[in-house]
Design a protein around this ligand. Structure first.
Ligand SMILES: *[C@@H]1O[C@H](CO)[C@@H](O)[C@H](O)[C@H]1NC(C)=O
Ligand SMILES: *[C@@H]1O[C@H](CO)[C@@H](O)[C@H](O)[C@H]1NC(C)=O
Ligand SMILES: *[C@@H]1O[C@H](CO)[C@@H](O)[C@H](O)[C@H]1NC(C)=O
Ligand SMILES: *[C@@H]1O[C@H](CO)[C@@H](O)[C@H](O)[C@H]1NC(C)=O
Length: 187
């Protein structure tokens, strides 16, 4: 092979072969996991500033769930998002389910769900007693969903399992004003 042949070969290698190897590797290493936050969490029954008889039968929880696709280049395709709320220090009493039907999320996009769920099986009287004397009660939020990153010729699918602990006091709201980030548990 003469000099120009070698150069042509090198250019070909740099321009075509390397990218086809490196781009998928780069994308595989890149975390497709979106970031998820609970921005608001409010249980009116636990708001001790409202006369209790009016609210002890209010079994609803209001929340604001946010999901951010951090990737500049790729949109994401989600299966159903399943959010489950648990109650108790061990987080072992399931009290509410919430499902968002599957959807597509554009690059660098953020989706927000402000909604309300009706709880079942939450020992409200115990919870009200606890917050009334200054204690906090603990909820746990689990979010499970399949996430897919789709390119022209390939796609990558992951099961996303995120969890967060939410402490609530006598204001009925989550204790810390800041959004609570759900952390990856297993995938
Ligand atoms: C609240 O409920 C208790 C018993 O459930 C009752 O004794 C009390 O009078 C009620 N208070 C108000 C303001 O309705
Ligand atoms: C949540 O969903 C599961 C399964 O779909 C169901 O068994 C459970 O009763 C639901 N829990 C509540 C609190 O609605
Ligand atoms: C709250 O009440 C429980 C009993 O119901 C008691 O053990 C606890 O010490 C009380 N906490 C405060 C801060 O008063
Ligand atoms: C979400 O919940 C539905 C109904 O319970 C279930 O069929 C589906 O597999 C769940 N999705 C995931 C990712 O676990």
């Amino acid at each position: 092979m003469d000099e120009s042949g070698k150069i042509a070969c090198l250019i070909c290698c740099i321009c075509f072969i390397l990218p086809t190897i490196l781009i998928p590797i780069g994308l595989c290493l890149q975390s497709i996991k979106p970031r998820c936050y609970i921005n608001d969490f409010y249980a009116p029954a636990l708001n001790t500033h409202i006369p209790s008889n009016a609210t002890s039968s209010n079994t609803f929880i209001f929340f604001d769930l946010q999901l951010r696709n951090m990737m500049e280049e790729n949109s994401l395709r989600y299966g159903d998002l399943n959010l489950t709320l648990f109650y108790g220090p061990d987080g072992n009493i399931p009290v509410a389910n919430y499902t968002v039907p599957g959807f597509k999320q554009g690059k660098k996009n953020t989706n927000d769900w402000r909604d309300v769920v009706e709880t079942h099986g939450l020992p409200w009287n115990d919870a009200i007693k606890a917050v009334s004397n200054g204690s906090k009660v603990v909820f746990r939020a689990d979010l499970v969903a399949d996430v897919k990153l789709k390119q022209m010729f390939w796609s990558k699918k992951k099961k996303m399992v995120l969890k967060a602990t939410v402490e609530v006091d006598g204001s009925g709201e989550k204790v810390h004003g800041k959004p609570i980030r759900l952390k990856s548990f297993a995938s």
